[in-house]
Design a protein around this ligand. Structure first.
Ligand SMILES: Cc1ncc(C[n+]2csc(CCOP(=O)(O)OP(=O)(O)O)c2C)c(N)n1
Ligand SMILES: [Mg+2]
Length: 471
């Protein structure tokens, strides 16, 4: 499909805009401009190939000219290759694989919550700032209590967002509810910001009858049609090509919205990441690729994942405007994502945001990170670069938060969450019939047969079937 659009639409437009001379009729060899401008080729593949041979011949002419010390004119030193005019050089230079200086990181606030007087940025109102901070605390409490619930064997799996609260909440606060979110799995804060209730989180983790996914996903694979948040799927990076397709549909419908695709550093090793960036650039799709570079993909450090200067440099390689931001600085994340959204929608183009942070928790409840990284490293980030403490200091400096607000919020959220967990745990599981519904409009006969077989097996071995799932 990409190829079809490319030929019929954007590239044709791009070629006309940037390559006027490329589309000129093919010159004859007697044409005097030929040796200086060998890319004046026809636009059929055969002519293109012949033209390339001729351009080599033309290059030899240029070389022999220079041997005779004839002065080169500017025109002689550039060729309109397909894709645009390229300057020529006789100096053999390989582009370095790694820059002398790493790409700078956009940052507004230090660890004491002080902002640089010289930096200009869009202020966050008291109302938004207090909601941002309250949601960060709620996310922390959710992580603590659900993690414990898993350790007690009450839910099967959990995964925390510790250390990445600012990326979650500050990016969500910069979006509009119409923007479509395609998350990886460490972004429940985006859903929290949009109004997913503690009861809904608990229902999903317990996989009960009230879960909007009908208990068919592992815990933390949240989704909400109402809140424009696509259901999380475990295979890494699969949400990225889908995000580009969804963004292209917003473009076709002239919608004032974009898609935000979240993913980790590890996901960038998937082919889907690269295909998506290229596809989005060519299709000029309004999508924000938001990479949480937290240093680890389970036990694999980024140094074993790629040799580039992180993720941000990969954007320009695909023709995508990109920014690196301090992911532990809520103000910087908020400002960068707000600007990215403006550009994505008003200029109809993809944007790549690399948010640098650190995964403070274990990868998930199935992991023990003390086996592969020093505890001191974790402590350094947890204590010294804590995004929640940093934002709290900034909110307090503004006089918008007090110790009393803090303890009231914490005890209220804790109570609400424990209550939600009790309700979710007691609620019935979805009925067995729900396993077979919702995929097909008219289910195929093979599904009926499977359902029958399952029901017969349960009748024969009732002791092996969970008693809390209605048959
Ligand atoms: C295609 C695929 N390969 C491997 C996995 C196993 N896996 C699950 S999470 C993960 C690490 C992902 O790391 P990253 O994208 O950096 O996200 P983070 O967990 O750090 O937030 C891996 C390898 C998977 N789910 N899907
Ligand atoms: Mg990671």
């Amino acid at each position: 499909m990409a190829a079809w659009f490319t030929r019929s639409g954007n590239i044709a437009h791009h070629v006309k805009r940037n390559m006027g001379s490329f589309l000129r009729p093919a010159p004859t060899l007697s044409d005097s401009s030929w040796s200086r401008s060998p890319a004046c080729l026809g636009n059929s593949p055969a002519l293109l190939w012949a033209g390339r041979l001729e351009s080599t011949r033309a290059q030899k002419l240029v070389d022999s000219d220079s041997e005779n010390d004839a002065p080169l004119r500017d025109d002689d030193q550039a060729i309109d290759f397909p894709g645009g005019r390229v300057m020529l050089t006789s100096e053999m230079q390989f582009i370095p694989g790694y820059p002398q200086q790493r790409v700078h990181c956009y940052h507004l606030m230090n660890n004491d919550g002080q902002t640089n007087m010289c930096s200009s940025f869009e202020q966050v109102s008291k109302e938004v700032a207090v909601k941002m901070y309250s949601d960060m605390i709620t996310l922390q409490i959710m992580d603590t209590i659900f993690y414990e619930a898993q350790r007690q064997g009450r839910i099967s799996f959990y995964l925390t967002s510790v250390g990445e609260e600012a990326i979650n909440i500050a990016s969500a606060a910069a979006l509009s509810p119409d923007d479509i979110v395609m998350a990886q799995y460490r972004e429940p804060g985006v859903l929290l910001w949009r109004g997913f209730t503690l009861q809904e989180f608990a229902n999903q983790c317990f996989g009960n009858k009230a879960d909007c996914g009908k208990g068919r996903q592992m815990p933390i694979h949240y989704g909400s049609k109402k809140l424009n948040y696509f259901t999380v799927s475990s295979p890494l990076a699969t949400q990225l090509p889908q995000a580009v397709g969804a963004a292209y549909s917003l473009k076709m419908d002239n919608k004032d919205a974009c898609v935000v695709a979240y993913f980790g550093d590890g996901s960038t090793s998937e082919g889907d990441f690269h295909a998506s960036l290229n596809f989005a650039a060519v299709m000029e799709a309004p999508v924000i690729f938001l990479c949480r570079n937290n240093g680890w993909a389970i036990s694999t450090p980024t140094s074993e994942q790629f040799r580039s200067d992180g993720i941000v440099v990969k954007g320009p390689a695909y023709g995508i405007q990109s920014i690196r931001v301090d992911g532990n600085d809520a103000l910087a994340v908020h400002n960068a994502v707000r600007a990215a959204r403006q550009m994505a929608i008003h200029e109809q183009r993809p944007i790549l945001v690399e948010a640098l942070t650190y995964r403070v928790g274990h990868h998930s409840t199935s992991d023990d990170s003390t086996k592969y990284r020093p505890v001191d490293e974790v402590k350094h980030w947890e204590m010294g670069q804590n995004p929640v403490n940093r934002f709290r200091k900034w909110v307090e400096r503004n006089g918008w938060w007090s110790e009393e607000d803090e303890s009231q919020l914490r005890s209220s959220i804790r109570k609400q969450l424990l209550q939600a967990i009790q309700v979710a745990e007691k609620m019935e599981k979805p009925p067995l019939a729900d396993l077979f519904s919702d995929v097909y409009d008219v289910p195929p006969s093979i599904l009926f047969e499977q359902e029958q077989q399952l029901r017969e097996t349960i009748k024969r071995h009732p002791q092996d079937y969970p008693s809390d799932v209605p048959v």
